[in-house]
Ligand binder design. Structure first.
Ligand code: HEM
Length: 145
């Protein structure tokens, strides 16, 4: 008799994601460290992050937890990205640059299927964050115009 505990739906989904993309924690760490290294050197995004983040290592750890939760269903990230972004001085041009740098980094440090997955998720989340940012600029929770 097989006495192993049954696989949860999350375990199965994670195993399928790994099989389809090859994503693992080491790839996520490489992606996050390379990406934020570039962000810090970027003339448009570097100053925004520099003003908001004094100690980078906790931010990098948080972003590894975030991508691990998104890609591998580990549930290590339980924060709320929206409030962290609506208070930043950012608009569409920042999101475009962020996505361009992210795509250049995934192309470099990930195999194609993993890069496609990360880019797809990043674009979806960026769209939703940008909508929140623009909504707050327009007066936030006021009546819809
Ligand atoms: C315009 C582009 C972006 C800029 C300038 C930006 C900047 C920042 C900054 C400065 C923080 C730290 C906030 C703080 O600690 O107070 C942060 C946090 C975070 N960002 Fe972004 N971000 C951008 C786009 C994105 C995108 C596209 C994603 C997801 C794909 C993302 C995911 C996150 C997450 C998960 C956090 C952690 C929030 C928390 O729980 O504290 N960001 N971002």
């Amino acid at each position: 008799m097989d006495t192993r505990p049954p696989l949860s739906p999350r375990d199965i989904a994670a195993a399928e994601r790994v099989a389809a993309t090859g994503i693992d924690e080491a790839m996520i760490e490489r992606l996050v460290r390379t990406f934020y290294g570039r962000i810090r050197d970027d003339s448009l995004l570097g100053p925004v992050f520099g003003a908001a983040i004094a100690d980078w290592e906790p931010h990098l750890r948080k972003m590894m937890d975030f991508w691990s939760s998104v890609a591998l269903y580990t549930e290590r990230y339980d924060g709320r990205p929206m409030p962290a972004h609506v208070r930043l001085p950012i608009g569409p041009e920042h999101f475009e640059r962020w996505l361009a740098l992210f795509a250049a980094t995934t192309a470099e440090v990930c195999p194609p299927a993993a890069a496609a997955f990360f880019n797809d998720r990043a674009r979806t989340i960026a769209r939703s964050l940008l909508m929140g940012v623009e909504f707050m600029k327009g007066g936030g929770a006021g009546p819809a115009r």
